[in-house]
Design a protein around this ligand. Structure first.
Ligand SMILES: N[C@@H](CCC(=O)N[C@@H](CS)C(=O)NCC(=O)O)C(=O)O
Length: 202
């Protein structure tokens, strides 16, 4: 089994952290996004969308999309549970996971792409849109701060994939100066808790 992966990329890191939680070792193959390793015909044959991460099973089967890869490992090795056990837990985790993705990962990623010019060889950066996305990301942090005043983890009393998505995106956000400040005391409490997990080193 191989994981095509990029150290700095938040989507790749969330899969690595998920694997670390489950103590699963997979060989990682580094894909240099800035050099365009993901744009080659060879890589596109694995993932036509030209994005990391990509999991290749021993029989050559390909799974891309971070959450689909995590789902595969949750099913093949359920413990520790990261996607929920009961119907209600699963729904609650998915709710917070989708909120973290659409409310924070997406605007943070767009802000990075449009403000940094990192991918200017393959897209036209729009600084104003990037700044707007940064405001949206801060809007999400405000809502999350209210939620975490009353909840240990994103989806309640148990650590889950939703926390992984949020933590890895928050760490990545520093690259474009999206940071917690003194208005985010509850997010900071949660951040201090989850970033101490050994898997956060992944
Ligand atoms: N929805 C996909 C998003 C994957 C994605 O956007 N990956 C980024 C790195 S975080 C990438 O490969 N970007 C390369 C590019 O846009 O050229 C997932 O969850 O895996």
């Amino acid at each position: 089994m191989k994981l095509y992966d990029t150290t700095m990329a938040p989507n790749a890191r969330r899969v690595r952290m998920f694997l670390a939680e489950k103590d699963i070792n997979v060989d990682c193959i580094d894909i240099d996004l800035q050099k365009g390793d993901n744009l080659t015909a060879e890589f596109r044959a694995k993932n036509p969308f030209a994005k990391v991460p990509v999991l290749e099973l021993d029989d050559g089967t390909i799974i891309s999309e971070s959450v689909a890869i995590c789902r595969y490992f949750e099913e093949t090795q359920p413990e520790p549970v990261l996607l929920g056990t009961t119907a209600l837990e699963k729904a609650n985790i998915e709710m917070w996971q989708r909120r973290a993705e659409f409310g924070f990962l997406l605007p943070t990623g767009m802000s990075f792409q449009h403000c940094s010019g990192f991918f200017k060889d393959r897209m036209t950066p729009n600084q104003a849109w990037g700044e707007d996305c940064k405001k949206s990301a801060y809007g999400y942090l405000k809502l999350l701060n209210q939620h975490l005043s009353n909840s240990t983890y994103l989806a309640g009393d148990h650590f889950s994939i939703a926390d992984i998505t949020m933590l890895t995106t928050l760490d990545f956000g520093r690259v474009i100066d999206i940071r917690l400040n003194d208005k985010h005391e509850h997010v900071q409490r949660w951040y201090d808790l989850v970033s101490q997990r050994p898997s956060a080193k992944a």
